[in-house]
Write a protein of this length. Structure first.
Length: 218
């Protein structure tokens, strides 16, 4: 018997989720706070409750997780960059989740590029974006000679019920290895969404090639 959705999230091995997106107030302010409370009661951490980072120590690395929503309203880039800079100056590695960009567009907007540049300058080592619903090229995603910083402008959808554009069903999971110098390597796992069965399946060779080509910087 399946339990509440939050129990499923915990059973999948997730431990932290961003709730900073343009749907967070669909059920009003109480819905947002109730979601955070339900996640907390299940042992899951939320990021995006406010502009403060969630601090985690992993293998002696101090990680500062931030989550921003630039869709519901435009974020204050200067203020956000300052909080990232402060965390970095205090010895933490800043990792950013951000809801941004334009839906169904295969390339980042000028605003995405501007925000990413400011955040990287402030000290962010990893930025992963969402909202476009399709893959966008990744900045810094080379198998070798990584600059220590990677920007994933959009990894598309995960388990999402979007019919229509094939692009909305092609996605990727990124396994990232960090050390004190930033991103050292990563592994890309292409997958597709099987909407009729509400599941994720591994991409076949031809589809995986298309996914990797979409992620490759132009």
């Amino acid at each position: 018997v399946l339990g509440p959705p939050v129990d499923l999230l915990a059973s999948w091995g997730l431990d932290m989720l961003s709730i900073a997106n343009n749907h967070r107030y669909d059920c009003g302010p109480d819905g947002f706070s109730e979601t955070a409370s339900l996640l907390s009661n299940a042992g899951l951490r939320s990021i995006g409750l406010d502009s403060k980072p969630v601090m985690v120590e992993v293998n002696r690395l101090s990680l500062a997780f931030f989550a921003f929503d630039d869709i519901s309203s435009s974020i204050d880039i200067d203020s956000a960059a300052q909080t990232i800079h402060d965390a970095s100056e205090n010895g933490a590695m800043a990792i950013i989740s951000i809801h941004w960009g334009a839906e169904y567009q295969g390339a980042p907007t000028d605003r995405q590029l501007a925000i990413a540049a400011r955040f990287v300058e402030a000290g962010a080592v990893l930025i992963w974006g969402h909202h476009p619903h399709v893959l966008q090229p990744c900045d810094g995603c080379k198998i070798s000679n990584l600059p220590g910083t990677v920007v994933l402008f959009s990894l598309g959808n995960a388990l999402f019920d979007q019919y229509g554009l094939p692009d909305t069903r092609r996605s990727a999971l990124m396994m990232v290895h960090l050390d004190e110098d930033g991103v050292q390597e990563f592994h890309t796992i292409p997958f597709v969404i099987d909407e009729p069965r509400s599941r994720l399946i591994a991409a076949d060779e031809a589809t995986a090639k298309k996914i990797l080509e979409r992620l490759r910087p132009k």
